[in-house]
Design a protein around this ligand. Structure first.
Ligand code: 13P
Length: 256
């Protein structure tokens, strides 16, 4: 299928890999996926490894992302990291509002919105995560949940800013469980999210915003997901920690 939007395959390493392990990983990864031009590849290591990973990747075209950010540039905010610092470390992307941050660290929709705005102001690309809990899916409110999360995260943005975003639809029940949403279910919700963006910002932005699927993505289920008209890549957890499986996902998305 010909898509006008370039797919983004991003690896969210979560709290895995020391600096040494991270550098060894990307040294192998660049050999495994070097020369693939029709997919954007991004790795999101822990904060400590960002600068070294960016240095090791150099001009390979593989992007580096952070897993969170704070919205002030500097100040007395113990434990936080600003967009200015991420940029200096070589980041181009920032994951915002991952369900683990929402569940375990009290991240609210209002925080997510502040972070999205800050990241855009600094010229970085937010990867905005939305997704429903299992109970929400079972009670039939998936669309309502992702609509409210999307509206809140994108509040106050311009249409141009919305067009440049990456949104990751990650049903929480599919994360780390081995239960992937079916291709049809993922397409249905992602098509719905694109509709929310259209409603808020118009057809131009909706046609450009890239929307990934995340939740137990593996090389074996990538092709089916990528064949869906509205799915523009994947946010990969567990399978991004191994070069062979992550490269397998990139290649499947590239049609190799
Ligand atoms: P898994 O791929 O391990 O299910 O994790 C998905 C995820 O949370 C990516 O952000």
């Amino acid at each position: 299928m010909i898509k006008t939007r370039k797919p983004v395959i991003a690896g969210n390493w979560k709290m895995y890999k020391t600096v040494t392990e991270a550098v060894a990983f990307v040294s192998e990864l660049k050999l495994a996926v070097g020369g693939i031009g029709n997919v954007e590849v991004v790795v999101c290591p822990p904060f400590t490894a960002l600068a070294k990973v960016a240095e090791a990747l150099g001009s390979t075209g593989i992007g580096v992302g952070a897993q969170d950010v704070y919205w002030e540039d500097k100040g007395a905010f113990t434990g936080e990291i600003s967009a200015v610092m991420l940029k200096e470390a070589g980041c181009r992307y920032v994951i915002i509002g991952h369900s683990e941050r929402r569940q375990f660290f009290g991240e609210t929709d209002a925080f997510v919105n502040q972070k999205v705005k800050t990241v855009l102001e600094h010229g970085l690309v937010p990867i905005v995560c939305v997704g429903e809990l299992i109970g929400e899916r079972e009670s039939g409110i998936t669309e309502k949940v992702v609509r409210l999360q999307t509206e809140a995260a994108l509040a106050g943005l311009t249409a141009d800013q919305a067009a440049g975003l990456v949104i990751a639809y990650e049903p929480v029940w599919a994360i780390g469980t081995g239960k992937t949403a079916s291709d049809a279910d993922a397409q249905q919700v992602i098509g719905f999210i694109r509709g929310v963006v259209r409603h808020l910002f118009g057809a131009g932005a909706a046609g450009k915003v890239r929307i990934q699927y995340g939740g137990s993505v593996k090389p074996q289920n990538t092709v089916g997901l990528m064949e869906q008209p509205d799915i523009d890549g994947a946010l990969v957890g567990g399978a991004s920690l191994d070069v062979e499986s992550f490269a397998g996902i990139v290649k499947a998305a590239a049609g190799i």
